[in-house]
Design a protein around this ligand. Sequence first.
Ligand SMILES: Nc1ncnc2c1ncn2[C@@H]1O[C@H](COP(=O)(O)OP(=O)(O)O)[C@@H](O)[C@H]1O
Ligand SMILES: O=P(O)(O)OC[C@H](O)CO
Length: 496
Amino acid sequence: MEKFILSLDQGTTSSRAILFNHKGEIVATAQREFEQFFPKPGWVEHDANEIWTSVLACMAEVLRKADVTAEQVVGIGITNQRETAVVWDKNTGKPIYKAIVWQSRQTEEICRDLRDKGYNELFNERTGLLLDPYFSGTKVKWILDNVEGAREKADNGELLFGTIDTWLVYKLSGGKAHVTDYSNASRTLMFNIYDLKWDEELLDILTVPKSMLPEVRQSSEIYANTIDYHFFGFEVPIAGIAGDQQAALFGQACYDKGMAKNTYGTGCFMLMNTGAEGVKSKHGLLTTLAWGVDGKVEYALEGSIFVAGSAIQWLRDGLRIIDNAPESEDYAAKVDSTEGVYVVPAFVGLGTPYWDSEARGAVFGLTRGTSKEHFVRATLESLAYQTKDVLDAMVADSGINLKSLRVDGGAVKNNLLMQFQSDILGVPVDRPVVNETTALGAAYLAGLAVGFWSGKEEIAKQWQNEKTFAPELEETKRDELYNGWKKAVAATRTFK
Ligand SMILES: Nc1ncnc2c1ncn2[C@@H]1O[C@H](COP(=O)(O)OP(=O)(O)O)[C@@H](O)[C@H]1O
Ligand SMILES: O=P(O)(O)OC[C@H](O)CO
């Protein structure tokens, strides 16, 4: 009887269940989108129950599609949109508020207040992060401060907090396990990434009771079994957890110091493996835990771009100038350049290297000759320019010049974007055969824990390149285009 690993990839816009075989190949995929709530400008929320039911539906569908029984699944790996915060009642298992999404800006005031009190340095030193609404800690505080009765319940030990991994393991295990892994904990603003403990002083500042927090475990180990009635009469070990960007780094087999990947999903996230050492950034990158495997943790440097593929969704759903994401390539290809048009999609502020949460989106260089094609192309190009900002910071901090950049995520199917990316970076871009590297990374982590794969060496051999995009643009032209982008960003930031 052939065996498989089931990977649950809970992303910002959709949940996916993907079944992998022993060769690390995709056997079947199921995907469900769910509702995005924008209750106020800059706020983004999800319904945690809808996330759970979307995951359940995907699990059922993927097994049915592959004609595989639960008995053939030797382990489940979970990977998730990170930072998104859920708080639920321990007694009822029901969330007391919507999940506050990583993109949401509703804790800007809390962050500003903490920054004004001079706490940024302390948080940065211990967590590798910054006092920005992006991270979970201030979202938990916001829920406790704003939901009626929440603070009292939390103080009585009646509430639990979790990122989406924690929430899913809790639901899959029938409430038996309240756990997370190092990679997710390192995104909360409450976890000391050097002591590997919840930081009591930071918790006091954030007024979050420690009793709410999950137990932090390795990224590859058995945390609990699924309860059989949710999993078709069979218990399956949940054996891998990692935040989606760290999972992608693992799935891209970036196991050596200095190897990096960039994932183009809702946002764009570049991570570089820095080994056993957490490198402190001087250029706006985050220091984060990559994973804990075999009793050891490894670190990564990260550049976070808040709006990437979601800018393409905005062209589709907001402006309604394209019908679907792939069409962005068709329109962009109809023109040779944007003719000086720049779109800066700072819809929820700007992340690395600017960390400007009050900036908002802007368009520059419009003329009477600007067409839809130029506009679409400029939006696509903004993904590449933002990535160039991040790579420059990465090179400055690490001193490592990348030989190539491994890429993945929904938008890398766009060949024009990938070629432009390589042109703007002046670095070859490698797109692997398995584009679902986030899910693959979680599958690997789970598979290692249950002995499905023997070790990282076996996994690294499975990585295969599908296509390399080599730089073709002259350096002077590259500099000219990128200088235009920098001017556009600078101008965007003055409009507040
Ligand atoms: N051909 C394409 N060109 C540009 N963007 C694309 C293309 N296909 C998908 N996308 C973008 O990729 C994103 C989906 O990627 P995915 O990795 O599934 O994201 P997430 O995990 O954040 O939900 C969407 O924002 C979509 O707009
Ligand atoms: O859902 P994605 O793939 O855009 O990833 C979101 C990140 O984990 C946010 O930090």
